[in-house]
Design a protein. Sequence first.
Lengths: 199, 374
Amino acid sequence: MLNADDDLIARSRKGEEEAFEALVSRYQRQVYTVAYRFMGNHDDASDLAQEAFIRAFYSMKSFRGDSSFKTWIHQIVANVCRDELRKRQRQQTVSLDEPYLTEDGPMARQASGWDLSPEQLYEEKEGSEHLQKLIDELPPEYRMVLVMREIQDMSYEEIASQLDCSLGTVKSRLSRARKILRDKISNVELFSRESRQIK
Amino acid sequence: MTCLEVQELLSPYLDEVLDADELHIVEKHIAHCSICRAELASLEQTVRAIRALVEIEPPPDFSMKLRQRLVNPGNTSKKAFYKSIGRWSWMPLGAAAALVMIMVLSWNAFSNPATYMQPGSEENANLQADAAFRTQDRDVAPSDNTGGMGGGLSATDAPDSIKAATETDAAPVAGERSGDNTGTVRETSAAPSTQGESKKAPTVDQDQSSPGNEYFSLSVPDKNQTQQSGQPAMGINTEANLAKSTVVTLVVADRDLARQQLKLTSQRFNGLYSYKDEKVFLDVPRENFEEALASLENIGETTQSEITSIDLSGQIKEAQVALEQLNEKLNAKGLTRAELDRLRGEIETWEMLLNNLNSRVSWSRIEITLQSKN
């Protein structure tokens, strides 16, 4: 696959539309999925996945081939989504859609709690939609770390580089994101969980 | 190491990024601690569930639209709200004048200490100030720029803005696509109102009728609209569109215990718990508001000030009418691209406003100040 990518990249650099379109065709599903996991809706996913390919096309000349095209395009789409989420955070309005600050960190203003177990989640027909909804409810900084790790399979170091933060921050955000999701999924009764944790 | 400390290491343990000492501690602990084993198992299941999410097929027109954007970078298929409102300069003169008026009024509201601040985060004050109609620099050319249509694709044809953006892709820089130029709008209900309690048919203040005004802040109790609990709402068709909230002082023996009980209360009523300093906020679906409020008596002695009900019927109706009219205009023949953009931008603005109004009606807030008995 890499050799085929190299050929397509070389031809894309020369401005061959067909070569770039072949690259798009090869990776659009992955890129679109990543954008969708970040943004949680098809309109944004489509817009930002296209944006990622546009950036890739116009910066093809600067692609040195140190990493694979797959890694590179994954970094670009993560950057595009990261920027969009941060921009929206800055522009975020005080509305009922805004996350709360709770003792467990910011949480979405939406009633949580549903009865599917993690196993049921991916067995149920609509489980993936529910899970995506729960991911969407995460605060953006948590969501970004989670998607980069679980969907894009980035290392802690890669995530830290992408988000320009420390490894410790990646570690703690990922841990919090997973726990929040776990709690939302299992709808664990608060007191019993807290009493379990205290020892 | 306590269970709590070990549980902080379980997520990195799953990713196999613990150092040797931490790894040893965790494995030794979970070997004999069933609680932490269960915690680990539940986290692992969660991770498995996320990773099991399948890839999604892009829409059929994905490649076609990408090609269009490559040929003509300004031709985006989707205009998000924040993008479309960047076209505010094309708004009708009257609307622009109204915006200026709102901004002036908003400035007055800033200096009024009674202005409501959304609890939950200190940043919210800044967010409120930052919110409102924004313009922004686009990475790509304006949407009505048709230059380059039909031209061949080449990396050297990239607009400078895109070239600049792509240079930083490999080395992420926060705010790469920033460049926002924000206006400011705040709700001004803290200002004296001319509406009396006897007013039967609610009307919308001029400054509240604009999308920019309502969209960006939560309810500001207007004293003239405040009603005591149990009283019928004023005006027509109001009950369905009342945004309710209340402020309660709760005298308790143990404030920490009370917070835990309030968390449970929020869960019980499908609501949300948050806090800021000494205040606790319960946001519950409106239909659970009264019951949730009554249940506070089980936690401590309550001193309830009053229930505030703000009638949003007029504003909701106005938004609905505006949307209907705009959608009718959208269907008219012979619209230019600029006109279409402007209409879509206005529609998105009104839709956001309407959603916000509906959210305010759907959720009721109970603001609780905890006081110790001693």
